[in-house]
Write a protein that binds this ligand. Sequence first.
Ligand code: COA
Length: 334
Amino acid sequence: MNKVYAAFRSVGSYIPKNILTNEDLEKMVDTSDEWITKRTGIKTRYIADKDESTSDLGAKAAKKAIKRASLKIDDIDMIICATISPDYLCMPSTACMIAKKLGISNRPSFDISAACSGFIYALAMAKSFIESRMAKNVLIIGSEKLSAIVDWSDRSTCVLFGDGAGAAVVGATKNRDEAIIDINISADGNYYDYLITPGCGSSKPCSEESLKEHACYIKMKGNETFKVAVKTLTTDVKKLLQKNDIDTKRVDYFIPHQANYRILSAVSQALKLKESQVVVTVSKYGNTSSASIPMAINDLYEEGKLKPNDLMLLDAFGGGFTWGSALVPFSPLI
Ligand code: COA
């Protein structure tokens, strides 16, 4: 039997309409535009409406990706949603909610929890399902309403995050030139408490006490996370490039998870990438966790910069800790 490969066919994103600037945050907590800009590179982020949920954002991004893949809703045979801000804490999954909103039923739909690395994990799963012939067209989504799990009284985290969604269709192909070249995903649970929502799970069930402690919101050991992120990402990406004998000169776009400008510029410098190769959206959107990479790919696409056969190098790092990198040609059906 001929081998089947997985191709990255299309992308879409959705950005909520409410903008939150650093100046707005100055009025909410003891911070300044100068501190946020210097330490993170973030200027603005977008916030979903009260009645907009993670699946609303995800479904809107997904619709665009499906249309751009020239597929009908019925052609999608699997939905994987990466999120840390699901519509419902335990069930149903946000992927099921997205499926309902898209009018897709009788298809496997599930969420994965890999924090900011979620999109690369979802991509790896889509690739595996396609290569094993269990699916032909997998819809992968990174969608986050982080504003719902951010502690708006904690200046060390609330300035960092934003809401948004990105989606992609990964499809089967027999043409090896179109195929995703390689993906690496990994994790180290020893760092579980560096980036955590400590309350309202089974280890500390929702209670008056956990609510009072703001335990259901994101807590981060920012500085320690920063150091591990830069080191891990640099090593991980170098390994992926070496394993596939690919020089950074062949990479058209380096699209890292957008957590902090200082992290992505340190990694880009360590990899000796040119400024023109590095995609930066963190200034506009802040950190949108699993959505940041597909949102950045979508911006490139909508700006007309992403062309068929362009080679994308993706990397991400997040809570868990989890991390991953991927070498992905853009292979739309034309
Ligand atoms: N405004 C003003 N001052 C702030 C502030 C804010 N919003 N947040 C923190 N500070 C203060 C701290 O209280 C501290 O003050 P002190 O020196 O008097 O104690 C000082 O700024 C430095 O804090 P620190 O946490 O060491 O800053 P930093 O340079 O590490 O930057 C982060 C903080 C969060 C921006 C940075 O650590 C980071 O980006 N971390 C990693 C994020 C990440 O990669 N996440 C993984 C994927 S999601």
